[in-house]
Design a protein around this ligand. Structure first.
Ligand code: F0G
Length: 465
C-alpha cells in the first residue's frame, strides 16, 4: 500500500468549520457562455448570477454567514430609533477596534461619503496608499484631489516586497511642501490595498506615518475594510508580531489612526453593512447628523437591526487566528497552483484574491484594447468562473483632461468570498486559467461601445475589436 504522509492538522489551512447548508449551482456549456458574455457586453458585472458557476467577482457581501450570525438575524430589533443591535455593534467596535464613536452606514461608500463631506473642502488634497474607486470618487465629489503616495514597488506586479501597501513618506512630505499641511485634511490609509493586489501595510510604516502626520497636524483615516487580513500578514511577515493575535494587531493598527471607514461586506463576514468610526466628538456629531440625510437615523444608518447584529457577530469571528489562517491559506493555495503552472500573477500573493497580470498574460493586446477586461471574459467563456477587471477600465478618466488614466497595473482579480468555496473549486479555477493561458495567442482584444459617467467599470459595454 502506498504510504501517505500525515498532514499535521496544526499546519494545514483546513477550514475551522463544517458545512450545514448548500446552495446549488447551475452548470452551463461553452456555447451558452459565449452567447451570454456577448449579451453582457463583455462585462462580467453585467452577467446574471444564475449564469455563473464559480463567482469570484468580489469578496464583497458574498461571504457565508455562520450559524451564529443567522441566529443573530432572529434577534433583530427593528425599532426605528435606538435599536438594541446598534448598541451591540457600538460596543463591539469599541472593544475590538478601539474607536470611540460609530455611525452605521449601508456599506463602505456610505461611510466614505460622510467622511469626505465633513472633512474635505474644495481645493483640498487627499493622499492615499493607492486609490480605491469609490473612495477616490467621494473625495473628488467633495472637491478634493487624490494623490497616490504608495511605495513604487506596489506598481510592479513582480516585486516581492512583503509590504507593498506601505506609504512612501518622501512622497507625503513632497505633498506637504507643495500644498501645505492645511490643504491636507487627512491621509487615507488602506489596509491590504485592494488595487495593488491585496497587499498589506506594515505596522512599522504605519507608525512612521503617524509620527509624520502628528508633526504636521494631519489626520489619518483608515480604510479598514480588510484590516483583519492585513493583521494576518503582519503576524506572519513582520518582525515581533508572530506571537500576537490577529485581534491584538488589529487593535494596534486602529490605535494609530483617528478614525475609519469600513465596508463590513468583506472582513466582517456579512452580506451588507458598513460604518464610519471616529474618536473626535465634533466629527462624530457632524457625521451622525449627515447620516440622517444620506443613510437613515444614526442608530441604523440604512441597515436593518438584524444586519447590525450579524455584523457585530461577524466582526468577532473575523478576528480569530483560526479563521484568518484558513482564509489566507485558501488564497495562497490557489495562487501557488497558478504560479506552478507558470501563470503571471501579482506577487507576493495578496489577502483577498489572486490578481492575474493581464499585461504579461496577453502581451499582444494594447492597453487601449483592454487586456484585463478581455481576459476576464475569456475565463468566463472557458469555465463559467467570473472574475473582475482591475486595470484601465477601473482607472477611469483623468478628471481634468478627460483622457483615460493608464494604470501600470492591468489586472484580473479572482476574489475569494470567505467560507464559500472548496479546495476542489480552487483546482477547477486553476485548470481553467491554464487552459486560457494555453490558447492565449489566439485571444483578441475589445473596444468600448458604451461608457457611463461614473465608475464606468460597473456598466461599460464592449465588443470584439
Ligand atoms: N474600500 C475598499 C478597499 C473596498 O474594497 C471597497 C469595496 C470599498 C471601500 C467600498 O465599500 O462596496 O461596501 O461600498 N470593494 C468592493 C470590491 C466593491 O469588490 O472590491 P462598499
Amino acid at each position: 500500500m502506498e504510504k501517505r504522509k500525515r498532514r499535521d492538522p496544526h499546519h494545514s489551512w483546513a477550514e475551522p468549520f463544517k458545512i450545514k447548508m448548500v446552495e446549488l449551482l447551475k452548470m452551463t456549456t461553452p456555447a451558452q457562455r459565449k452567447k451570454t458574455i456577448e449579451e453582457a457586453g463583455f462585462n462580467t458585472f453585467l452577467l446574471k448570477s444564475r449564469d455563473v458557476y464559480i463567482d469570484l467577482l468580489t469578496d464583497s457581501g458574498t461571504n457565508a454567514m455562520s450559524d451564529r450570525q443567522w441566529a443573530g438575524l432572529m434577534m433583530g430589533d427593528e425599532a426605528y430609533a435606538g435599536s438594541e443591535n446598534f448598541y451591540h455593534l457600538e460596543a463591539t467596535v469599541r472593544k475590538y477596534y478601539g474607536y470611540k464613536y460609530v455611525v452605521p452606514t449601508h456599506q463602505g461608500r456610505g461611510a466614505e461619503n460622510l467622511l469626505s463631506r465633513i472633512t474635505i473642502k474644495p481645493g483640498d488634497v487627499v493622499p492615499g496608499n493607492m486609490y480605491f474607486t469609490t473612495t477616490r470618487l467621494h473625495q473628488e465629489l467633495a472637491g478634493g484631489t487624490f494623490y497616490d503616495v504608495i511605495i513604487d514597488e506596489a506598481h510592479d506586479p513582480a516585486s516581492l516586497h512583503p509590504f507593498k501597501g506601505d506609504i512612501d513618506i518622501a512622497k507625503l512630505e513632497a505633498l506637504v511642501k507643495k500644498f501645505g499641511a492645511k490643504k491636507i485634511p487627512y491621509i487615507c490609509v488602506a489596509t491590504t490595498v485592494n488595487m495593488a493586489g491585496g497587499q498589506p501595510i506594515s505596522m512599522k510604516n504605519l507608525k512612521e506615518v503617524r509620527k509624520f502626520t502628528s508633526k504636521h497636524g494631519i489626520k489619518i483615516f483608515l480604510d479598514m475594510t480588510r484590516v483583519a487580513e492585513n493583521a494576518w500578514f503582519i503576524k506572519t511577515r513582520e518582525h515581533g508580531y508572530a506571537d500576537k493575535s490577529v485581534a491584538a494587531i488589529v487593535k494596534e493598527i486602529c490605535s494609530l489612526t483617528d478614525g475609519a471607514t469600513f465596508s463590513a461586506k468583506k472582513d466582517a463576514l456579512v452580506n451588507i453593512g458598513g460604518f464610519f468610526a471616529v474618536n473626535d466628538k465634533k466629527l462624530y456629531d457632524e457625521a451622525s447628523n449627515l447620516c440622517v440625510v444620506y443613510e437613515g437615523l444614526h442608530t441604523y444608518g440604512g441597515l436593518a437591526g438584524r444586519d447590525m447584529e450579524a455584523m457585530a457577530i461577524g466582526i468577532v469571528e473575523s478576528l480569530t487566528d483560526d479563521h484568518m489562517k484558513a482564509r489566507i491559506g485558501q488564497v495562497i493555495y490557489l495562487g501557488e497552483k497558478l504560479m506552478d503552472a507558470g501563470i503571471p500573477i501579482v506577487r507576493p500573493i495578496g489577502g483577498h484574491g489572486i490578481f492575474l497580470d493581464a499585461k504579461a498574460f496577453l502581451p499582444h493586446i494594447k492597453q487601449d484594447n483592454f487586456p484585463a477586461q478581455t481576459l476576464a471574459a475569456e475565463i468566463y467563456i472557458d469555465s463559467g468562473v467570473r472574475s473582475m477587471e482591475r486595470g484601465i477600465v477601473s482607472a477611469g478618466r483623468d478628471k481634468n483632461t478627460g483622457k483615460h488614466n493608464y494604470p501600470k497595473l492591468e489586472l484580473v482579480r479572482l476574489t475569494l468570498p470567505r467560507r464559500v468555496y472548496t479546495q476542489a473549486h480552487m483546482d477547477v479555477i486553476a485548470e481553467s486559467i491554464e487552459c486560457v493561458h494555453d490558447r492565449r495567442k489566439k485571444v483578441r482584444g475589445l473596444k468600448m461601445v458604451y461608457e457611463p459617467k461614473y465608475l464606468r467599470f460597473f456598466q461599460a459595454r464592449f465588443k470584439r475589436a
